[in-house]
Ligand binder design. Structure first.
Ligand SMILES: Nc1ncnc2c1ncn2[C@@H]1O[C@H](COP(=O)(O)OP(=O)(O)OP(=O)(O)O)[C@@H](O)[C@H]1O
Ligand SMILES: [Mg+2]
Length: 264
């Protein structure tokens, strides 16, 4: 029998179908009804190119990438330095524009729409975790986690409650009033994970989430990412860390701007 990722939905806007032969309780294969399960695509891209032009020089950082991430997957993107991983993730995130191609998030296009529409789509459907955490120094942990909710228009009380719940989820309920400078690197990364999950996004995109952490702290962050995935979150993780890759359901290898290998 095929298994579905935990939060697959038959009602996803765009869906990939997978035919499975159900096994009856007797263990006999049912030949009558081949059930078609539908798997929601959380994030996809088609024909993605990114060419940086610097004077006469052109750098083809991403060269025709097609990708489909199913809801509930945890996918690692790996490859040597300079092969285009961050460029790809930034385009999948809507941080950077592609030179060609399209990205679909929860069935909606990320490009060819207005800036406001893109901000709205990113704010609702995506969470981000970066190597350098990108927390605001002047705000405490709770206020940092509230930011995506306030941008979505939640009132301050709701934002505060949800932010505290997210901080408790990452084990930092007792550090909510501390500013980033008063937290360790691992704790800062956990705040950024809380900020990435607080609005319950369709997909969480991570660029080297353990890149600035020692090995013990990296393991805590990896445990947290695995727990999120076990609870149904979809994760796309750019990493050099083979320990992260081992925990992923799929590893996509990139070389010179192209996908070379996809391993389950
Ligand atoms: N803003 C930019 N302008 C011009 N070239 C760029 C720009 N950003 C990245 N590049 C080039 O695009 C290529 C891909 O860079 P990218 O940062 O995506 O690599 P990466 O796989 O993330 O590397 P690393 O593992 O070192 O983080 C590199 O040749 C890089 O020099
Ligand atoms: Mg990079």
């Amino acid at each position: 029998m095929c298994s579905l990722p935990p939060n697959s939905s038959a009602n996803g806007p765009k869906a990939r179908t997978l035919a499975c032969i159900p096994v009856l309780s007797s263990g006999i294969l049912s030949t009558r009804a081949a059930v078609t399960y539908t798997m929601a695509v959380a994030l996809s891209c088609e024909g993605l190119w990114k060419i940086y032009e610097m004077g006469d020089e052109k750098v083809q950082a991403v060269r025709g990438i097609d990708l489909e991430i199913i809801s509930g997957e945890m996918v690692a993107i790996m490859g040597p330095s300079g092969c285009g991983k961050t460029t790809l993730l930034n385009i999948l995130s809507g941080i950077d524009d592609p030179s060609a191609g399209q990205v679909m998030v929860a069935g909606k296009p990320l490009f060819g729409i207005s800036d406001d529409e893109r901000t709205d789509l990113r704010g609702k459907e995506m969470g981000f975790i970066f190597q350098k955490f990108h927390l605001l120094d002047v705000m405490n942990a709770r206020e940092n986690v509230e930011i995506p909710l306030l941008l979505l228009g939640l009132n301050p009380d709701e934002a505060r409650t949800k932010s505290m719940l997210a901080l408790e989820k990452v084990g930092l309920g007792d550090r909510s009033e501390h500013r980033p400078a008063e937290l360790s690197g691992g704790q800062q990364q956990r705040v950024s994970i809380a900020r990435a999950i607080v609005h319950n996004p369709s997909v969480i995109l991570c660029d080297e989430p353990t890149g600035n952490l020692d090995s013990g702290t990296s393991e805590q962050v990896m445990d947290l990412l695995s727990d999120l995935n076990d609870a149904g979150s979809t994760l796309v993780i750019v990493t050099h860390d083979t320990e992260i890759a081992k925990r992923c359901s799929r590893v996509i290898k990139i070389f010179d701007g192209r996908i070379t290998v996809e391993e389950e």
